[in-house]
Design a binder for this molecule. Structure first.
Ligand code: ADP
Ligand code: MG
Ligand code: MG
Ligand code: MG
Length: 416
């Protein structure tokens, strides 16, 4: 049979197109003509609709054959929706309750129908507003440990892991975005780059910094070659939705097999950027309490990640690596603990590097963060961004000799 032609949904056509699905009638209401549809996508790439009716509401997310932010001149394949769907169902399995439930997937139309998170808001917006979120550090640290451990050769059967490696290896175009926009473009005068004019001098310095360029390429080398687990791939504070008591991770369309340290580093980097942006959001009062909260969250994410990863190492190490037959089963529990320390040590070092270059690409590259962009005074914005750029340079270049988060909190305070 011919492949079914792709047609982009509109609020007007959506009820007719999806109204025949029982799973949606049950969740929204049995009469599709009574569904109310709003397009709410604020992302860069896709269409997102809220569909509401008498029985409830769902989210309908549809990929377009191009980058929404730029238009048809930048084509991007529909299959990213297939990777998002496959990542969501795996994450739901590996850390239950942390991603929206999927109700329906249509591969030809690149549609994922999922749970409407309500009254959740995007974490980045909450941090800009200065909201304290008591559960976020533990939730995100556990999510990282569980998804990264359970998607790897430490846990999966060799066949299942290799089949997933092959499945996600086709996500070439979204990896290509990261490979260029994150690891290379910030370090030369690439066409899509922009930065706050006040940063001209510092930007020239960073682009002439040979040690930094070598580190950025070493990290890119890890990104493309170290296929150790299924990553979210875009785990910044705009891909996390929150209430005071609940945390959910959305938007895993960049999922692929890559280095464990990437998701953790990108996440911590976005909390550090929030820290450096706080000075730009003090019109209605000091953000000192917020700064302490953010430093605490960074500690808590890392400590929870280490604790949960270690727990899984001791209780769920069922894959082909560091087998129990070599260690515990021979009475050498210490050997397994030493191997764990070494694995965590490597993740720590690489995590710092990914965190550093994520800061650079968000300030020098194409995709900027609302944390800084919402600071209207360009002198103030530039000062916040300069501190983050210097901090990021330190993380990337000195990552092998940084021993803990306490020293980094001190450095952040001095630069801020
Ligand atoms: P993109 O891939 O285009 O970035 P996202 O998945 O990030 O799309 O979604 C864009 C926006 O739509 C989010 O920032 C959020 O505001 C909203 N959104 C997405 N998924 C949900 C959901 N499950 N529940 C509620 N809002 C959502
Ligand atoms: Mg998004
Ligand atoms: Mg978004
Ligand atoms: Mg996305």
């Amino acid at each position: 049979a011919d492949a079914e032609a792709f047609v982009a949904l509109t609020p007007e056509t959506l009820p007719t197109k999806l109204g025949g699905l029982d799973v949606l009638k049950t969740r929204i209401g049995s009469d599709p003509s009574a569904w109310r549809v709003r397009e709410v996508g604020d992302g860069n790439l896709n269409l997102v609709f809220i569909v509401e009716g008498p029985a409830g509401a769902v989210i309908v997310k549809q990929a377009l054959p191009y980058v929404r932010l730029v238009g048809e001149s930048w084509p991007l394949p529909l299959k990213r929706s297939y990777f998002e769907y496959n990542a969501l169902i795996r994450q739901a399995d590996r850390d239950p309750g942390m991603v929206p439930e999927v109700f329906h997937f249509d591969r030809a139309q690149a549609i994922v129908v999922m749970e409407f998170l309500n009254p959740h808001i995007i974490l980045r917006q909450a941090l800009i507003r200065g909201e304290i979120l008591p559960k976020i550090g533990k939730d995100l640290g556990r999510f990282a440990a569980r998804t990264l451990f359970r998607g790897s050769d430490l846990s999966m059967s060799a066949r299942a892991r290799k089949e997933d490696l092959a499945l996600f290896a086709d996500n070439v175009e979204l990896c290509d975005i990261t490979e260029n926009l994150v690891f290379s473009d910030p370090y030369f005068e690439a066409e899509l780059n922009r930065h706050t004019p006040q940063l001209d001098g510092l930007v020239a310095e960073l682009r002439a910094d040979r040690d930094l360029k070598v580190e950025a390429q070493a990290l890119k080398h890890l990104f493309v070659a170290k296929a150790e687990t299924m990553l979210h791939g875009d785990l910044h504070t705009g891909s996390i939705m929150v209430t005071k008591n609940d945390t959910k991770v959305i938007d895993p369309e960049f999922a692929f097999y890559g280095p464990m340290a990437l998701d953790v580093g990108m996440m911590l980097s976005n909390f550090w950027m929030s820290y450096f942006s706080q000075r730009g959001h003090e019109e209605s009062g000091s953000r000192d309490e917020m700064r302490r909260f953010l430093i605490g969250v960074i500690d808590e994410i890392w400590e929870t990640f280490v604790a949960e990863f270690s727990h899984l190492w001791r209780t769920e190490r069922t894959g082909i690596l560091y087998q129990r037959s070599l260690f515990e089963d021979r009475g050498d529990a210490l050997g397994a603990e030493l191997a764990l320390s070494r694995v965590l040590g490597d993740i720590w070092t690489d995590m710092l590097g990914f965190a550093g270059i994520e800061m650079h690409r968000r300030i020098l590259g194409l995709a900027h963060n609302a944390d800084f962009e919402t600071i209207a005074d360009l002198d103030l914005r530039g000062a916040c961004e300069a501190a983050a750029l210097k901090f990021g340079r330190h993380l990337a270049v000195n990552r092998r000799s940084i021993t803990g988060l306490t020293a980094l909190a001190g450095l952040a305070e001095r630069l801020d």
